[in-house]
Design a protein around this ligand. Structure first.
Ligand SMILES: Nc1ncnc2c1ncn2[C@@H]1O[C@H](COP(=O)(O)OP(=O)(O)O)[C@@H](O)[C@H]1O
Ligand SMILES: O=c1ccn([C@@H]2O[C@H](COP(=O)(O)OP(=O)(O)O)[C@@H](O)[C@H]2O)c(=O)[nH]1
Length: 239
């Protein structure tokens, strides 16, 4: 399903999308492919903001479950991981000739701009890819929630979650071979059916802000443009 009616898109990339096949946390070739893909989306007329996860480095909840570190500290480390991934994407975008700016919810002024809404809107309006680091800046949240939050603040038309699976299924397709992919469903349905492709906080905020969420696979070639053009399967969660 092509999404040509949307102009400003917040792309949520899984941290794992940056990993090399040998498990190394960052793969330069994958990064340059992603940068080409995001550059093609901007040339096609989309305004693009990116929220990148940190799951290739640290997930705070999993780390603190081991018991030796408290959750807020582990989450702080997770947010720093998203900042490292953001700088990697910004670097790859610039190398591909795509103008990009990183803004972080966690203030680190010697490294990148601190996130503020008005300058962020200005970067987007100038056609720069806006890379949003540090999640929401708060522990106990995820980058999925950060993606919806920033999409609401920056008046994005939709969130595109590029992840390991090509849509929202009736159950986790990784563990349930009989799961069926939805073409379209509402936020209410996604929450009521407890479909765990995104956390409930993210779905709830998207419902309140009436922001559509498109879920598609990061593994498709040029996945972002392919999902936006409707040349690969995806699911749209919309009011
Ligand atoms: N109903 C469902 N439909 C699709 N994916 C699901 C569903 N339930 C669980 N999942 C799992 O959710 C994962 C995506 O969520 P998550 O691991 O948070 O991704 P990301 O790292 O991209 O944020 C998929 O890899 C899939 O295995
Ligand atoms: O607003 C946020 C966003 C992220 N994180 C931390 O950063 C980690 C990486 O983000 P996420 O798990 O969302 O990454 P993804 O699964 O998308 O790669 C999380 O596990 C949290 O520990 C956080 O504390 N607050």
């Amino acid at each position: 399903m092509p999404v040509k009616q949307f102009r400003r898109i917040l792309v949520k990339l899984s941290g794992e999308a940056l990993m090399a096949s040998d498990g190394y946390w960052l793969d330069p070739q994958t990064l340059s492919g992603l940068a080409e893909d995001l550059g093609a989306a901007t040339r096609a007329g989309f305004e693009i903001a990116v929220v990148i996860g940190g799951g290739n480095i640290i997930r705070g909840a999993r780390m603190s479950a081991a018991g030796w570190i408290d959750r807020p500290t582990a989450d702080s480390m997770g947010m720093l991981g998203t900042a490292m991934n953001s700088l990697a994407i910004e670097t790859a975008l610039n190398a591909a000739g795509v103008s990009a700016r990183t803004m972080s919810a966690v203030s680190m002024p010697s490294i990148c701009e601190t996130y503020a809404r008005q300058p962020a809107l200005h970067h987007l309006q100038k056609g720069q890819v806006l890379v949003l680091a540090g999640g929401t800046g708060n522990p106990f949240f995820t980058t999925d929630t950060a993606a919806v939050l920033r999409a609401a603040e920056l008046r994005c038309d939709a969130v595109l979650k590029a992840t390991q699976v090509d849509g929202v299924y009736s159950a986790d397709p990784k563990t349930n071979p009989d799961a069926v992919r939805y073409e379209k469903l509402t936020h209410d349905e996604a929450i009521a059916k407890d479909l765990k492709v995104m956390d409930t906080a993210a779905f709830a905020l998207a419902r309140e802000s009436r922001i559509p969420i498109i879920v598609g696979s990061i593994h498709a070639p040029s996945s972002v443009t392919a999902i936006l053009n409707g040349t690969v399967p995806s699911t749209i969660v919309a009011p």
